[in-house]
Design a protein around this ligand. Sequence first.
Ligand code: ASP
Length: 344
Amino acid sequence: MKPKILIIYTGGTIGMIENQQTGALEPFDFDHLIDNVPKIKMLDYQIDNVQVSPPIDSSDMSPDRWTEIACHIRDNYDSFDGFVVLHGTDTMAYTASALSFMMENMHKPVIITGSQLPIGEVRTDGEENLITALQIAAATRSNGQPVVQEVAILFENYLWRGNRATKMSADNFNAFKSNNYPPLARIGLGINYNHEALMRHYVEAPVNLRVAMDTNVMFIDLYPGMTEAILRHQFNTPGVKGVVLKTFGAGNTPSSKWFVNVISEAVDRGIVVLNVTQCVNGGVHEKRYVSSDRLAAVGVISGHDITSEAAITKLMFLFGLGLSSDEVKRALLRPIAGEMTVPE
Ligand code: ASP
């Protein structure tokens, strides 16, 4: 039996072509993309495709499109062995995080990839990324189960857990990294899977799609010199229900009384505040410094080692379920899809 893979094309540099007048890259259709990868025929797979239309630069990605992608996967779930999502790199980590939360019990590979150079360019990284993503989506263990049972990002030499990955470079072919989780696979001469890091699903249950996302959430990024008026103004954003507070180091914040008061008043008004570090590596350690401990005391939740992308989409997802602030706070304490490590 040939592996059956569905390619879901959303746009991104991989499928872009240069506008003759302006020289700027713009999204183009799937047929153009696939015509540029004749090698795909060398894979003995049955490949089908759908286009999330029209193809976009991923800076235009939105929860509606996440829903569209998730619905394509759900509707084709039983007919395909794996899914490859072609996506722009700019917001790929947000999409990967959102999809991982939206698709409960998903135990088939969803491999998201794209490229830094368009597929039509001589030095493109797109061809290799697409072929490798297809191979990973088709890979099975000796018992017939898929090797990858989660949403993952494949880029150049690595496969990363999708909700652990961050775009690290606007130039390098190795554009993504998980700073707090090992690679799921290293790609060199072969594809070497890290079986200990890969997610396993032991219970067979139907995929439960929960696509409602509540976008009344925001980032607040701290910096030395931030004034009370500015912080207050941000917390008073109309309709805001959840804030990802990007703090210093191990979750530390200024010690001024006004600072803690603004946060504590926001929490009392029912705003959920999730503490995430600005550092690229490591996480929030509430008890290490007085300056992080006092946030926990007023009801701020630790995001531990979660990425910003996973944090904001997790808030959208949990509020999208219609949970109250207290329920969201409780749900934030646990990982949903392997997106954070909670210390024992
Ligand atoms: N701006 C492009 C996008 O995210 C960048 C890329 O695909 O690499 O769609």
